[in-house]
Ligand binder design. Structure first.
Ligand SMILES: NC(=O)c1ccc[n+]([C@@H]2O[C@H](COP(=O)([O-])OP(=O)(O)OC[C@H]3O[C@@H](n4cnc5c(N)ncnc54)[C@H](O)[C@@H]3O)[C@@H](O)[C@H]2O)c1
Length: 360
């Protein structure tokens, strides 16, 4: 890829993952910037999610680790991005319970490595480019810990992470904040609620349940299924990230959420109703009959709910999908794209239970 000087270049980390690949697809479809995707290609990555972007002259893929300081430094020197969107992470709570080491390495050490390289690069830019540069650190609502009924997380809520995943993301957020406060790097932090949509790795709740139902397997709901999450369709998250990147203020953080609180059991029931309609010939109607309650996740946070009023008020972002419309599109995508998930289920992950605390 040879960048036209008039076009912006964005370095996306973790662009072969679920949300990162949606960011890459949307940026490439917009056609107004060059995208450099740095991804280690862990088990969670999938280049099949990027076939739309792969042949585009504005797209460049680099396999590599964000912990590799020399690689990150040389990527910045060669591609000279105007922004970094940092999404690379170990992202599954259950896996963080079984093996926290990889979470500490990628989410904390990797973010530190990226911040250091970005800081050096940014300091060497001419002043106009230095002013325009942004480092968007993409994080989660899980850093805030568990909520009692009624209240919601806002940008001033104290961090109380409970799982190793949440603790590693909270640490990374603090590093990102410190690199802004201490060194002036124009960092913006976003904290988003649970995402769902096409191309999500089958270990996560919604794709796992769709795939298990299609394979006529039991639908394992943790505990009583009464844990509450706030759900957001992945492309609404991507639009929020691009809005924050373009209009957010350095040093600020923005909460992103769908305003759509549901218990896990409600999510699985809605999904079963969708399948009842979309797979009329299924031998398992109603699919709710497949639900089976299983041992809860250790330390399972009871409730997350986001107050997204700041991003709505200050940056005029709002989700375009509600849960019903987003879920229908998601179920229909998994029905139409069996090739995508069947390959994963035969090679990387076959739907087994994770996160019972048997450390790897
Ligand atoms: N999925 C959600 O619901 C959600 C919600 C809020 C925030 N987030 C955050 O958004 C980001 C993306 O989440 P996701 O669900 O797309 O994750 P994902 O697990 O699907 O993808 C992560 C990507 O990062 C890459 N990666 C991992 N370690 C790396 C390393 N050391 N160097 C380079 N690349 C590496 C993986 O190969 C993978 O492609 C994460 O930072 C996550 O914490 C996710």
């Amino acid at each position: 890829m040879v960048a036209k000087p008039s076009m912006k270049t964005i370095l996306v980390t973790g662009g072969a993952g679920f949300i990162g690949s949606a960011v890459v697809r949307m940026l490439i479809a917009r056609g107004d910037c060059h995208v450099v995707n740095l991804d280690k290609l862990t088990y969670a990555a999938n280049l099949d999610s990027l076939t739309e972007a792969a042949g585009d002259p504005n797209y460049h893929f680099q396999q590599g680790d964000i912990c590799d300081a020399e690689l990150v430094k040389s990527l910045l020197a060669v591609h000279r991005p105007q922004a970094i969107m940092h999404l690379a992470a170990e992202s599954h709570v259950d896996r963080s319970i079984d093996g926290p080491g990889a979470f500490v390495q990628t989410n904390i050490v990797g973010t530190y490595t990226l911040l250091e390289a970005a800081q050096d690069y940014w300091q060497g830019l001419p002043s106009q480019q230095r002013d325009a540069f942004r480092f968007l650190h993409v994080s989660t609502d899980e850093v805030f810990g568990s909520l009692p009924a009624q209240s919601r997380f806002n940008e001033d809520t104290a961090y109380r992470p409970n799982s190793p995943y949440a603790a590693s993301k909270a640490s990374a957020d603090f590093l990102a904040r410190a690199w802004h406060r201490t060194y002036g790097l124009p960092v913006i932090i976003s904290n988003c609620s649970n995402n769902y949509g096409p191309f999500q790795f089958p270990e996560k709740l919604i794709p796992l349940m769709i795939i298990k139902a299609l394979k006529s397997e039991a639908l394992p709901v943790y505990g009583k299924g009464d844990n509450v999450r706030d759900w957001l369709y992945v492309y609404d998250h991507v639009r929020a990230l691009l809005t924050v990147l373009e209009r957010g203020a350095p040093g600020e953080s923005y909460n992103i959420g769908g305003g759509c609180e549901l218990t896990n059991l409600e999510v699985v029931r809605k999904l079963c109703q969708c399948l009842d309609q979309m797979v009329p010939g299924s031998g398992h109607k109603p699919h709710e009959g497949l639900i089976a309650f299983v041992q809860d996740r250790p330390g399972h946070d009871f409730r997350y709910a986001m107050d997204a009023s700041k991003i709505k008020r200050e940056l005029a972002w709002a989700p375009e999908e509600n849960f019903e419309s987003g879920l229908a599109q998601t179920v229909s995508w998994y029905l139409d794209n069996r090739w995508w998930w069947e390959k994963i289920m035969s090679r990387q992950y076959s739907g087994q239970r994770l996160g019972l605390g048997a450390k790897a």
